[in-house]
Design a protein around this ligand. Sequence first.
Ligand code: HEM
Length: 207
Amino acid sequence: MEIICNQRQRRTQFNSPAQTTGAPIAAAVLLHKQAAKREERKIIIGNQRDYTDQIINGIILVMLTAGTNTSLVTIEWALSLLLNHLEVLEKARAELDAQVGTDRLVNEHGLSNLSYLHNIISEKLWLYPAAPMLVPNEQSNDYKIEGYNIPRGTILLVNVWAVHMDPNVWDDPTSFKPERFEGLQVQPSKLIPFGMERRSCPGSGLA
Ligand code: HEM
C-alpha cells in the first residue's frame, strides 16, 4: 500500500510515474490503468466495477509471491543440472560464444538464436517442474473427464510430473537430455510446467 501511495503522490506532483523498476513500476502502470478506466467508464470510485487500490495491491502481491520462488527454483535446478552434466554446460557455452561472443551480455533480441539454451530450459521445466502438482482448483460445475464423474466443488490437483514422465510419450523420461527438444514440436498438453488454458501462469512470457 505504501508503494501505491508513493506512486500516486508522484503522479499528482510530476504527472509521471517514478523512474524505477520492480513493484513500484508495476504500481505506477496499474495506477495509470485505474485512472484511464475511471475516466473511460465514468466509474464511481469504490463501486464494484472500479479498479480499486485493493485490487492493485492484490495483483502486485500475487505477482511477487507467484513469480519469485518459481523463478528461483527453476534457476537453481538449471544450475545444478548444468554442474552435474558438464558436457551440456560446455555445449551451452560454445553456443553463447558463437552467437553472443565474450564482450557483451545476452540481450532479449538475441535469445531466439540460442536454441540449445532454450532446449536446456525446456528440459529443466519438463524434468523438474516448479509446481509439480499445479495449484489446487475447485470445480464450479459438474464434469465428466475420461469416464470419471467430477461433482461441483471437488478440488482437483493436476500431476504435472506424472504427465511429463509418461514413458508412452517421452523416450528415457528420467534422464537429463536437452537434445530431446531439438526441432521437436511438442504437443501443448504434454509439456505443462506453467499449467494450461484459463488458469495457466500469466507470467510465463516474462519467466
Ligand atoms: C519459471 C518461472 C515460473 C513457473 C514455472 C511458473 C509456474 C506457474 C504455475 C504452474 C502456475 C499455476 C497454474 C495453474 O494453476 O494451472 C502459476 C500461476 C501464476 N503465476 Fe507463474 N510461474 C513462473 C513465473 C511467474 C512470474 C515471473 C510471474 C509474474 C511476475 C508469475 C505469475 C503467476 C500468477 C499471478 C499466477 C496465478 C494465476 C491464477 O491463479 O490465475 N509466474 N505459475
